[in-house]
Design a protein around this ligand. Structure first.
Ligand SMILES: [Zn+2]
Length: 272
């Protein structure tokens, strides 16, 4: 399951991913689902041991990685927003099953500091809300695992002078292995320099765009160099024993469900 902490467009479930996440955590518990880490999920896929996971289990991921993931912030229109981290801490506090779990949720972050500086101006309100000083703190606390969502997302809000290649606004076109290195390997190196060796293991495709050059060539071929073990799309499907580890699907909040009852219908449709 995927949430975006920047998605604050109102003060109800359907327009605010923070309110949706808080509600969903309790729905998940009440309906008997278990939250597993991305590490547990990926290892089960790689070892072909999906039966080793709890029945009815799911993993939680966040995309883009601004301060709304980590800090409670005063939104200019909608007031104080509790961060995803605050919501999770309260949830874990109320359910000791999850206390001490390392990497309970995974945050896929846009890695380039200069790209984030631009996006702070173009997508947020220019208050310096897209820093990375919280990544090693979050990783050390254990609640979050910080992972790779590419160097700059090929986001159209990134200044022209900082870009590599063309077609910003989509991640479908990576021309060659140099561009893959620029988006993937460069981001891996930065994450490792901040969070420590062996911490950057998973990649999430920006916009859910999964170019063949990454899924079938670069990622499987360069595991040793990049340190990556799996990659996540936003194809709305459950992960199964037949899933390709470089194209693991995810459901996205608002696109695939936008109320408590829709979440319940979705989860009920997946029961095994
Ligand atoms: Zn994204």
């Amino acid at each position: 399951m995927t949430y975006h902490s920047n998605q604050v467009d109102g003060l109800d479930y359907a327009s605010n991913d923070h309110l949706a996440l808080a509600s969903d955590l309790h729905s998940i518990r009440r309906s008997g689902w278990t939250i597993i880490t991305l590490k547990q999920l990926v290892e089960a896929v790689i070892r072909q041991r999906m039966d080793s996971l709890p029945r009815r289990s799911l993993a939680i991921t966040f995309d883009d990685g601004s301060y709304f993931d980590w800090y409670d912030l005063e939104h200019p229109v909608f007031g104080m927003q509790r961060s995803f981290a605050s919501i999770l801490r309260e949830f874990v506090h109320s359910d000791p099953v999850y206390s001490g779990v390392s990497g309970l949720v995974t945050s896929f972050v846009i890695v380039s500091p200069r790209a984030r500086e631009c996006l702070d101006q173009t997508c947020l309100i220019g208050q310096g809300w897209w820093g990375d000083e919280w990544w090693p703190i979050a990783q050390a606390e254990g609640l979050f695992s910080i992972q790779n969502h590419s160097w700059d997302h090929k986001h159209p809000g990134v200044a022209e002078r900082l870009r590599y290649g063309s077609d910003y606004g989509s991640f479908q076109q990576l021309r060659d292995s140099q561009e893959c290195d620029w988006q993937i390997a460069q981001a891996q190196a930065y994450l490792v320099s901040l969070n420590g060796a062996g911490t950057a293991r998973y990649f999430a495709y920006p916009y859910g765009d999964c170019p063949d050059i990454l899924a079938y060539d670069y990622l499987p071929g360069r595991q040793q160099q990049t340190g990556l073990m799996a990659a996540f799309s936003t194809e709305p499907e459950p992960v199964t024993a037949a899933s390709n580890r470089w194209l693991l699907p995810r459901y996205v909040c608002r696109r695939d469900w936008s109320s408590e009852s829709e979440l319940m219908s979705l989860l009920n449709s997946l029961k095994r």
